[in-house]
Design a protein around this ligand. Structure first.
Ligand code: AMP
Ligand code: GLY
Length: 425
């Protein structure tokens, strides 16, 4: 099969790394890819949101199967478009991708089908949003309805802060169109975990669990990011808890969307809060997590490609996946300044030394190849130094040993990825 992966991050590098091993995959392409992806796939200079160019490329090059990495093209309808052209494509339709593309839609589905999540209201004008905030009190969470590159969630400690968030989003439009509507919701407490299933719109196949580290600073402090590191499995999600999440949250969502005429095919990523009252949904993403995908791919023993095809073909119930028992852990190296503004273009050395550490794979998240062939930083999150070992502490040790071999003064990482689990011992 000729397979095309859409995207340019660490998630797509991990997907390509995994797909390249499949005996079913004869040729692997990635649009647009990055410097690391170029070592396992042929990179094609087409942007992930350029639906027209992707559709043309698939036709001209007889692509058999497309795997869409990021949410942007899913929400824009890439899967609908390619499917209409007869190109088998992994990922949800635009209608189903609204689970991530519109937080209000997601919350309404939860309300309609009795799925546990934070209590909420939807607002299109600042005055009623502020009335709601004053009746609910603080802390309270203000979210843009639309996609805002992970920045559209404000955890307000006070009523004043929440009101400022409303003004910033609605009056000053700092998140553009995404903030024209807001979801305002109850603040939940507990430990967070990510849970992934492959679904064909009817059945769900559980993948492994993972835990992300969203804050930029050690000890989970500072600004929210796309994710600074992850590990899998996440033992807080016990087998019993996973069963509850499937029965109470994931399967009712799949069934609900099916009965709405918007069946969800692809990977459904539930961001969970494990509260004292049980697991509750924070949000859905309609794609693999990044950097969670990197640790899942390191642990996956089975061939990924037939499982993705089964999700498209409606026979995910026939698929069984094997996982390595070991723990995988990934450390994100980001450009100094991230998640604020940062410089691009630094040359990065030591990558092959890092990759030669035992059990280590360095995925590229934001790199490009310079004119002289050097690997250059080309994004906020730049590298995902990923390691596998029999236990989490050893995986962490291996990942940081590899990090220390990377020569990039303009980069930084958190030094405590995995701390909750290591502390639990
Ligand atoms: P999201 O982009 O929706 O994943 O939100 C980013 C982060 O904000 C989550 O990972 C949580 O840490 C936090 N968060 C979002 N919603 C809530 C909530 N209702 N209660 C507490 N924390 C939340
Ligand atoms: N790491 C969280 C996400 O991919 O949204």
């Amino acid at each position: 099969m000729k397979v095309l992966v859409i995207g340019s991050g660490g998630r797509e590098h991990a997907l390509c790394w995994s797909l390249a091993k499949s005996p079913l995959c004869s040729e692997l392409y990635c649009a647009p890819g990055n410097a690391g992806i170029a070592s396992v796939a042929t990179c094609v200079a087409i942007g992930a949101d350029d639906l027209e160019a992707i559709a043309n490329y698939c036709g001209e090059n007889k692509i058999d199967f497309v795997v869409v990495g990021p949410e942007g093209p899913l929400v824009l309808g890439l899967v609908d478009r390619l499917t209409a052209l007869g190109v088998k494509t992994f990922g949800p339709s635009a209608a189903a991708a609204a689970l991530e593309g519109s937080k209000g839609f997601m919350k309404d589905i939860c309300a309609k089908y009795g799925i546990p999540t934070a209590a909420y209201g939807r607002f299109r004008d600042p005055a009623s949003a502020k009335d709601f905030i004053r009746t609910q009190g603080a802390p309270i969470v203000v979210k843009t309805d639309g996609l805002a590159a992970g920045k559209g969630v404000i955890i307000a400690e006070t009523i004043e802060e929440a009101e400022q968030a409303v003004d910033a989003a609605m009056t000053d439009a700092v998140f553009g169109e995404a903030g024209a509507e807001l979801v305002i919701e109850e603040f939940m407490t507990g430990e967070e975990a990510s849970f992934f299933v492959l679904t064909d719109g009817v059945s769900a196949l559980a993948l492994a669990s993972a835990q992300d580290h969203k804050r930029v600073g050690e000890g989970d402090t500072g600004l929210n990011t796309g994710g600074m590191g992850a590990y899998s499995p996440a033992p807080v999600l016990t087998a019993e808890m996973e069963q509850r999440v499937l029965e109470e949250i994931v399967q009712p969502t799949i069934d609900g969307l099916h009965s709405e005429g918007k069946p969800f095919r692809g990977v459904l990523f539930a961001g969970l809060m494990l509260t004292a009252e049980g697991p509750k949904l924070i949000e859905y993403n309609v794609r693999f997590g990044d950097p969670e995908c990197q640790v899942l791919m390191l642990r996956l023993q089975s061939d990924l490609l037939p499982a993705l095809i089964a999700a498209c073909d409606g026979n995910i119930d026939q698929v069984k996946l094997q996982w390595h028992d070991e723990t995988a852990l990934t450390v994100v190296m980001a450009a100094q300044g991230y998640p604020g503004s940062y410089a691009k273009g630094d040359a990065i050395g030591g990558l092959s030394a890092a990759g030669s550490e035992e059990g280590v794979v360095v995925f590229h998240a934001g790199t490009k190849i310079g004119e002289d062939g050097a690997v250059l930083a080309n994004g906020g999150r730049v590298l995902n130094v990923t390691a596998k070992a029999p236990a989490i502490a050893a995986a962490q040790g291996r990942a940081y040993a590899a990090v220390d071999r990377i020569d990039w003064p303009g980069g930084f990482c958190r030094r405590d990825i995995g701390w909750r689990e290591i502390k639990r011992g």
